[in-house]
Design a protein around this ligand. Sequence first.
Ligand code: BG6
Length: 515
Amino acid sequence: MQFAAQPFELEDRSPQMRVPEGCAIVIFGATGDLTGRMIVPALFSLQQRGLLPDDFAIVGFSRSKWNTAVFREEMETAVREYAGAMTIDGTAWADFAQRLHYISGNYGSREDFEQLAELLGRVSDEHSCGGNYVFYLSTPPSVYSDVIQQLGAVGLHQANGENSSWRRVVIEKPFGRDLATAQTLNAQIANVFAETQTYRIDHYLGKETVQNILVFRLANHIFEPLWNRRYVDHVQITASESIGIEHRAGYYEESGAMRDMFQNHLLQLYSLVAMDPPVVFDAEEVGAEKIKVLRATRPIPLTQIDQWAVRGQYGPGWARGEYVKGYREEENTDPHSNRETFAALKLYIDNWRWEGVPFYLRSGKSMTKKVTEIAIQFKRVPHLLFGLTPADALNPNAIVIRVQPNEGFSLQFRVKSPGQTIRVHQVSMNFDYESLFNGEAPPAYETLLLDILRGDRTLFAHKEWIEYAWALITPIIEAWESSPASNFPNYEAGSWGPPEADALIAMDGRSWRRP
Ligand code: BG6
């Protein structure tokens, strides 16, 4: 069953539909992978779509001894490789390239930051950027604090004089590696920048369906009355990946599924699904409601951790159409590694809306398929008719939010099969983005970059949210790190995860969906 396309569109009354003011974007870590793969291609694509101001420039800063000519060349190669299906004509590239500048320097050197300030002044005059600067930290986390401190030391964090220009700072993930390091980083930022100038990236928040969670819930009247403990049996959030750790052993050995996926992406999805409606749709109000969800989340009882959180690590198996290595055999991992590549977690929210409703979250590498979805599973009907047994009657209704792939929503319910006897059949009514809106949703990085330039922080993580998220996750990570798993590897690559995850949910008489 498909929703028919509506012949009309609601008028766009969004305050954000404006081209940002002129500005210069300084990218620290300009020679790194993220700059060439994501940031610059996204900026190029935005410019091609007419969404960037005429007055903008990009300044790359890195330790490598590149110069502006080399930076332009490298970025051209990167954009040609990563800008998706877009055709790149010579004139368009030439116009973009003349906005790119480069300066090499050390992240802890005041002198080098003074030179950056000087260069920025010239670039701002040349491209009429009006002294508006975005500082994008795309460096390894180890130098975040140096960069922030130096920006403050040379006074780049705030605009001088009475003109109304602005300064913003963007921090990539990972934001800390536990509660203490996240608090330290937040404090270092707060010493220099106000929270309203700070944009902590979580690329999941830029995904189209993630933004749509709130529109779906709050621009319709029929779902919100059901969105609570009276009707919802439980919620499942799955973010499974078919890829392994690829060539990121160095990072992943230090990180693991809890830090890599739960502290940020999964808890963001969880907060958006569970939050109360904000009074207005803006960064402060939405942020405050999301924070309340984490505040109300019951801490995991550490004495019974296995009943609330389970971990897994993939062994060899058939995945992605071939026989693949286990985690411990991947390049540069420890052959006895205790690092989790899968985790599942049960959470309760102690508030009026959700008391008693479990939220089950899971995520892992090298699983059966790449899929991210949120399923709101409704309670069974109160009284059984049509010869249904209690087992048949389990959870007939669900709303599934498909974050990726095939972005969309589906509503599952039961109908009668044709015929003279009453036979009950499960069906699903689907809405999918691509067929309705004719094309792909914009990449998350484009959405987020545009919001940064427009000064809209709604899709960024708030300081307090980050700390509550770490407060929830850190004790689990510490417990796991201090007691090595005796059964790793405990799931085969290409499977749906370890049997312990099935047991976690089966303990409550439920089972994981197979998306
Ligand atoms: C990143 C993680 O933040 O998100 C990766 O570091 C993970 O390990 C990725 O693969 C998943 O993102 P997406 O958009 O592909 O679901």
